[in-house]
Design a protein around this ligand. Sequence first.
Ligand SMILES: Nc1ncnc2c1ncn2[C@@H]1O[C@H](COP(=O)(O)OP(=O)(O)OP(=O)(O)O)[C@@H](O)[C@H]1O
Ligand SMILES: [Mg+2]
Length: 218
Amino acid sequence: MRLLTCKNLDIGYHDGLVARDINFHIDEGDYLCILGENGSGKTTLMKTILGLTPPIAGEIIFAGGLIAREIGYMPQQTLLQRDFPASVWEIVLSGTLGKSAGQGVQRFFYSAEQKKTAAANMQRLGIKDLAGKCYRDLSGGQKQRVLLARALCAASRMLLLDEPAASLDPKATEELYVNIKKLNDEGLSIIMITHDLAAARAYANKTLTIGKDIVFHE
Ligand SMILES: Nc1ncnc2c1ncn2[C@@H]1O[C@H](COP(=O)(O)OP(=O)(O)OP(=O)(O)O)[C@@H](O)[C@H]1O
Ligand SMILES: [Mg+2]
């Protein structure tokens, strides 16, 4: 089942075009890797799909009943996030707020349903024991697992990951990839930005390379 189509899509910001004429599609259960050099526009494309940045031209077509609320997003890690002074529990819970939560974490009141979702995703990734810990005191691999659990709180049908393995050692990277693959096997469609060609070859059934030429392989 088709979920998403990007058609003649131009992306960028008011001060200029970043990439143009992007064409690709995602079907249910796909694992798409987005490849390309630094600054080529990979993160911008993800933000455009999420509606956080408006497209300059072209179309993004949601299909199969997919709605934005069913898409989880694990942003590229910034220095700010690395030192975030909140507990693991608060960070994962904030994922239930969906897109409105943006990248920040604020203190809200949560429903029992939201707490159940957060707890279930922590269980799924084996980080229940970390709940009371401060995020900034975790190891890099633990932090990535927390951010993945947070993204999963929104991702009922599709998960967008922006370089999820950046700064992880080979063992933690492999663990993270295995976790993502498991989610994909459970039916979640994955779009992952990576510089890791071996991972793209091992896991993805589609690739999109952004650069001077835009190449979509399926
Ligand atoms: N908010 C913004 N406003 C204006 N220009 C931006 C903004 N964010 C990014 N850019 C510019 O858009 C271009 C693409 O950036 P983007 O972050 O999408 O690249 P990327 O492919 O994700 O790179 P990397 O591999 O380094 O993460 C860059 O030239 C960047 O400077
Ligand atoms: Mg990026």
